[in-house]
Design a protein around this ligand. Structure first.
Ligand SMILES: [Zn+2]
Ligand SMILES: [Zn+2]
Length: 295
């Protein structure tokens, strides 16, 4: 067995062990947010918004936010995002749960792909909506949707090192030019278990520098634990460098099914604390308010 396979096997054992220890109690959940929740409109999530809200209330979360994928303009794929004419339906779905549920704060967000050269049009399409926050995401590298689990064969012949270099270039550009409030899953490049041999700390440092300069927050996203990467986004070293630079941090599960709301937040909280995070970024009307992570 080679070293990366050994590493992954050890990680799996560790995950099984930590998962069996405990889930968070309601009191701990009440001080947390889950800002990364999808709806069935994206074509790869299941359940109604009310089902996600019910799960958030059951777990005791203090605040949640929907952040479905913004329609893509350069391609149309029903399995990836809603169609442009479905944006009003999305806004309505979120408004319905906001109006019918009082026991939890529900924010209205969106997850926007950074597509170089198209952001003016994307923002134009988004302009009628009063989002509480806008996630920026790098799912595409020069037109290649590397995050798409349906097309893993597209990885054949690709160099992980080149991928990391390009990913962090596009990530920094997205922070500078995207106009986003939060960068989603900041090291998504590792999603399918892709690791680089290059000095990745330098890439982290550069990204943290740009995030601090443009005052863009990042999220700790627990969905990496459910992917081949089998770890949270971002990696501990990346998160720590961001924290040292004063970058604000929020939290999301990237739920595509109701039971995934707040999933693995016990591990996420440990991850945050270990990196020195003491406050969580919350958003309303695209204004950031920091809240203590623990009392
Ligand atoms: Zn999605
Ligand atoms: Zn995403």
């Amino acid at each position: 067995m080679n070293s990366s396979r050994l590493r992954r096997a050890a990680k799996r054992r560790m995950l099984r062990w930590t998962r069996s220890v405990r889930e968070l109690d309601r009191d701990s959940y009440s001080r947390l947010v889950d800002y990364h929740i999808h709806t069935r409109l994206c074509g790869h999530a299941i359940g109604e918004p009310a089902d996600y809200v019910r799960e958030a209330i059951r777990k005791g979360l203090g605040e949640i936010g929907f952040s479905d994928h913004m329609p893509l303009l350069h391609i149309r794929d029903e399995g990836l995002t809603m169609a442009p004419d479905e944006l009003p339906t999305y806004a309505e779905l979120v408004r319905d749960v906001q109006e019918s549920v009082e026991s939890i704060e529900i924010r209205f967000g969106i997850e926007m792909d950074y597509i170089p050269g198209q952001m003016d049009e994307v923002w134009e399409a988004a302009s009628p909506y009063k989002f509480d926050y806008v996630y920026g995401a790098v799912h595409y590298l020069d037109g290649w949707d590397f995050g798409d689990s349906r097309r893993l064969s597209s990885y054949v012949g690709k160099s992980p090192d080149d991928m990391y270099v390009r990913y962090f270039e596009v990530f920094c550009e997205a922070v500078e030019r995207g106009g986003f409030d939060i960068m989603a899953h900041p090291d998504l490049v590792k999603k399918h278990g892709v690791w680089t041999t290059l000095p990745v700390d330098e890439m982290y440092r550069e990204a943290a520098e740009v995030l601090a300069e443009y005052d863009v927050a990042i999220e700790v996203n627990s969905s990496g634990l459910r992917k081949q990467a089998q770890e949270l986004y971002p990696a501990h070293d990346f998160l720590k460098i961001c924290v040292e630079r004063g970058v604000a941090v929020t939290l999301g599960s990237d739920a595509h099914a109701p039971q995934q709301v707040g999933m693995d937040f016990d591990l996420a909280v440990k991850h945050l604390k270990r990196a020195g995070v003491t406050e969580i970024a919350t958003f309303q009307d695209r204004k950031r308010v920091m809240r203590p992570l623990v009392s």
